[in-house]
Design a protein around this ligand. Structure first.
Ligand code: AMP
Length: 509
């Protein structure tokens, strides 16, 4: 099957060819002809299946005829988050480059005035989050009575975020005769009710069984202590020892936890950004952009980032917290192993998470291997290697103490205990940046300025348990003598390039 058989216009086909895509994905192949036939569509598709283009491409074809009127958009796309809305706009910019379409984004955190001015000029495609859209309609600056086509994307996410009443209101403000395209990854009863109420004889298009994780993702669960600081230490170790880690998203359940984990990783020298709903829009966009470009290989995120964000080639996903809803697990893990690529998903599981893990395993229909001893996760192989436990934890802790400062004047870390290919950007920061990161650390991470050097913890980690028996055995340090011979303090020439990028603190994070 090629794009030329789907009924798309010449302009759109040229734009698709320019992106290099030759074959439609299954959701595109099935949905596009129905959209062009002006049918309602119920698309059940996970993120990463190409579903955005499945509605953007036929919409561009439809919009070639007709003109927009002031304050009366011709089409409306609802997205649960600002990032997803911005991403859909990027798709219109990319595929609609040859068309003179007015595409407007109505999202929170951006000035009302600019958005209003754009609406007054007339809009062909309005992409909005529900709250900001309704604010505009209530102020009288926007009429939805001209909407010919409505897209409700990521509907199950809307449900999770409490947007269903807003969606129902919007559905009542658009004409009864509009065409509706409705996308969801799962079909909980509330979503089914909405589809039954607002879709007219929809064509159902389902591309993969809902709530499954890609077969190309190696999943594992790692036992973790209950305390957040124990989990942070375990996370650092996993990050340092992960094989083939190119970039990773680290998911937390709460925004507050995102901020704490982000600061803590920064403090420990990792190049890391943060993404959660309380950050202002420019900080969110900047963090996402830096992650996309690979400037920050790690991103700590709340579930805002779990759905739909188009970040190709994420090699690893870490669940710092096991999600409360099994659906969220599927979406988080869906950030890796996209479009047939391989990936690794590692969950830190405390005794309190057992129930959630059972629910997740039930939903995905498979058990997730537990790392009881040492566990190596290679991207692309489900390879697990059990290695003797020995007294690795203590050895590793010892290796952190009693070493001189690096050339840049920062405190040494335990990088020598890590495999060279997976070490973090320790000490790679300019001194001023490192200082400001230290100054920015939250009170709970504060430590006495003159920490005794014989401490078993690295600088800045005095709240961590000195007793390594709390920490599951993961990874095997090299013999101590070997480490010292191989690694000069401050010499990072052996570190992979991505880990040596300077740490930048995203504004507002
Ligand atoms: P989505 O599910 O819309 O988030 O898309 C996931 C990824 O697939 C994005 O990076 C798209 O650019 C990419 N993509 C969309 N359509 C195609 C296609 N026909 N062939 C290859 N990649 C595609």
């Amino acid at each position: 099957m090629s794009f030329t058989n789907l009924g798309l216009s010449e302009k759109v086909l040229a734009a698709v060819a320019a992106t290099g895509y030759t074959t439609p994905t299954p959701i595109q192949e099935q949905a596009i002809p129905h959209v062009l036939a002006r049918k309602d569509v119920l698309g059940i598709a996970q993120t990463g299946t190409g579903k955005t283009a499945a509605f953007v491409l036929p919409m561009l074809t439809i919009l070639e005829k007709g003109r927009a009127r002031a304050r009366m958009p011709r089409t409306l796309i609802l997205e649960p988050t600002r990032e997803l809305a911005a991403q859909v706009k990027e798709n219109f910019d990319r595929y609609g480059a040859g068309q003179k379409l007015n595409v407007a984004l109505l999202i929170g955190g951006v000035s009302f005035g600019d958005q209003d001015a754009k609406l007054t000029r007339g809009v062909d495609v309005l992409i909005a989050t529900p709250g900001r859209l309704l604010d505009h309609t209530e102020r009288g600056g926007l009429l939805l009575t001209g909407v010919e086509l409505l897209v409700i994307d990521e509907a199950d996410r809307m449900l999770d975020m409490g947007f269903i009443p807003d969606i129902e209101r919007v559905c009542k403000l658009v004409p009864f005769t509009r065409q509706t395209l409705f996308f969801t990854a799962t079909m909980p009863p509330e979503i089914r009710r909405i589809t039954e109420t607002f879709l007219h004889n929809p064509q159902k298009v389902e591309v993969s069984k809902p709530a499954t994780t890609a077969v190309t993702v190696s999943q594992c669960q790692v036992p973790a202590g209950r305390e957040a600081h124990e989990k942070r230490e375990l996370l650092r170790r996993l990050l340092r020892e992960a094989k083939d880690l190119k970039n990773a998203i680290i998911f937390c359940n709460r925004k507050r936890e995102v901020a704490v984990v982000h600061k803590s990783l920064q403090k420990h020298g990792f190049s890391v950004g943060a993404l959660h709903g309380d950050m202002d829009q420019s900080a969110r966009t900047a963090a996402l952009e830096q992650f996309r470009k690979g400037e920050l290989p790690l991103l700590v995120a709340s579930d805002v980032a779990a759905r739909g964000l188009d970040i190709p080639e994420v090699s690893h996903v870490f669940n710092f917290d096991v999600p409360h809803h099994p659906d969220d697990y599927v979406h988080r893990v869906g950030r890796t192993g996209r479009a047939g690529r391989t990936g690794v998903a590692i969950s830190l599981v405390t005794p309190l998470d057992q129930k959630s893990m059972v629910a997740i395993e039930k939903l995905i229909g498979q058990s997730i291997p537990r790392a009881e001893g040492d566990f190596e996760m290679h991207a692309g192989t489900a390879e697990q290697s059990e290695r003797p436990r020995e007294s690795r934890g203590r050895d590793r802790e010892r290796s952190r103490s009693g070493r001189g400062k690096s050339r840049r004047g920062h405190e040494p870390r335990d990088e020598a205990a890590q495999p060279a290919e997976a070490r973090p950007a320790v000490d790679a920061r300019p001194a001023a940046e490192a200082r400001s990161a230290r100054e920015a650390r939250p009170a709970r991470d504060a430590r006495p300025p003159r920490e005794p050097r014989q401490s078993s913890e690295p600088r800045g980690g005095s709240h961590q348990p000195a007793n390594p028996s709390h920490v599951p055995s993961i990874g095997r340090p090299e013999p101590r003598r070997q480490r010292e011979a191989d690694t000069e303090p401050g010499d990072h020439s052996h570190l992979p390039a991505f880990l040596l990028r300077p740490v930048r603190s995203p504004a507002g994070a």
